[in-house]
Design a protein around this ligand. Structure first.
Ligand code: KG4
Ligand code: ZN
Length: 401
């Protein structure tokens, strides 16, 4: 599968040219582009179940939403170089992610980020032995940017390219921390689009225990932040404001706290905040202004209480002692403190990814790819320069359970 280094080296510049051509082709009028997208969806194969790579220097590419991430991970030395460009500022003007703008910005950022990663790691394309790229779920156009670059590089360098499920990247990212959790563990995935509890037995063995029935936790943070007049994305801004407020100033609902299952629902909580903020606004601008921090703190306390209770229930139900928390909301300080304390009381331990790897990044994609390859777990493989994206992709499809 892996070509001799000399041959790979001579193909390095070709790979960049292929990427540029593909990116140029993508940046075309919509009518032409939709025909091209259809052609991209070609062959999709699987490596044999026991495909084993002892040492892999693996390139990771993430472009599923509004962050362009590139990373190089060495499975032997565990050396990691990664670079990230966040489009947050660009989308803030619109109050949310604009998919077409996101795709176009990924196109601009991805090759310079690749250069930066190679410069930092003192490596070049010829040292890369495999490529992992986010294949889904996410925004179709944004995913096409990363996958087209990965497929072009893979074809030119004649190295394997594998499609990674974005959530698997988040799920395994706490294993990049020191200390890393041992398997098995419960994983709480809390991002802008997902809130799920999973039982993780080993790489590729994921069992869904519960999930949100409506809004994701990050989405609830973002929508509540908008109600409080905070910018996009609202999670970090709301958390900062909440730190100056009193969580018990208002009593907000804890949806599905006693539902007896491991599912979540956050849309009612957001509605409760809407009712409260409407009342405060009616009382005058100064009431609203002075109450904002307390509302933020009360909201954060409510959502953290629910997440904490469900995590403890999941640990008890699965008879496990380790919990990992991944996804953007995992950066929330109150959640970290409350979960860690509550788990400790039950003799359990909580693991988080390094804080800079909580939100989307290329490192978690490189790492998930490396874990699949080095553990001999079946992977989605691109072949012959062809590639496809999976904007909707249930995590269950990549679990061998
Ligand atoms: O995992 P992520 O980067 O992207 C998705 O895959 O969705 O998560 C982004 C989400 C956003 O909703 C953002 O508001 C939220 O994570 N978030 C936070 C914090 N930092 C990011 N929510 C609460 N507190 C934070 N400190
Ligand atoms: Zn994410």
């Amino acid at each position: 599968m892996v070509m001799p280094a000399r041959e790979k080296f001579s193909r390095g510049s070709e790979a960049y040219c292929c990427c540029l051509l593909l990116l140029f082709a993508y940046d075309s009028p919509p009518s032409r582009r939709s025909r091209e997208e259809a052609q991209y969806n070609s062959e999709f194969t699987q490596f044999p179940q026991h495909f084993q790579v002892p040492t892999v220097r693996i390139l990771g590419i993430e472009s599923s939403c509004d962050e362009t991430g590139v990373a190089l991970f060495d499975t032997e030395s565990r050396q990691l170089s990664h670079r990230l460009f966040s489009q947050v500022e660009m989308h803030a003007a619109y109050g949310g992610v604009v998919p077409e703008l996101a795709s176009r910005d990924h196109i601009k950022r991805i090759l310079p980020l690749l250069d930066e990663v190679f410069a930092e790691s003192n490596c070049s394309l010829k040292n890369v032995e495999a490529i992992a790229v986010t294949q889904g779920p996410g925004l179709g156009g944004a995913l096409l940017v990363g996958t087209s670059v990965a497929a072009a590089l893979g074809a030119a360098l004649a190295i394997p390219v594998i499609g990674i499920h974005h959530l698997e990247g988040h799920l395994l990212s706490p294993l990049l921390a020191d200390p890393a959790p041992a398997f098995p563990f419960i994983a709480l995935l809390v991002s802008g689009g997902h809130t799920q509890l999973m039982a993780v037995e080993r790489v590729g063995d994921y069992r869904l225990l519960g999930e949100t029935l409506d809004d994701a936790a990050g989405e609830a943070f973002d929508k509540t932040a908008a109600l409080l007049g905070l910018g996009y994305p609202g999670g970090p801004a709301l958390a900062t404001l909440a730190a100056t407020g009193k969580p018990d100033a208002y009593r907000l609902p804890r949806p599905m706290l006693h539902s007896g299952d491991l599912d979540f629902s956050f849309s009612g909580l957001k509605t409760a905040v809407l009712t409260l903020t409407n009342k405060l606004r009616l009382a005058g601008d100064s009431s609203f202004e002075s109450a904002r921090a307390d509302v933020a703190a009360a909201f954060e306390a409510a959502i953290v209480d629910v997440l904490t209770a469900k995590c403890l229930a999941a640990l008890a139900q699965a008879g496990m002692e380790r919990l990992v928390v991944a996804g953007g909301v995992g950066a929330n300080k109150r959640l970290r403190e409350q979960l860690t304390a509550a788990a400790q009381n039950r003799g359990c331990k909580v693991f988080y990814p390094p804080i800079n790897l909580c939100t989307d990044n290329g490192a978690m994609i490189a790492f998930a790819g490396a874990m699949r390859l080095t553990n001999g777990v079946a992977v989605s493989a691109f072949s012959g320069g062809a590639f496809s994206v999976k904007p909707r992709w249930p995590l269950a499809e990549i679990s061998f359970r």
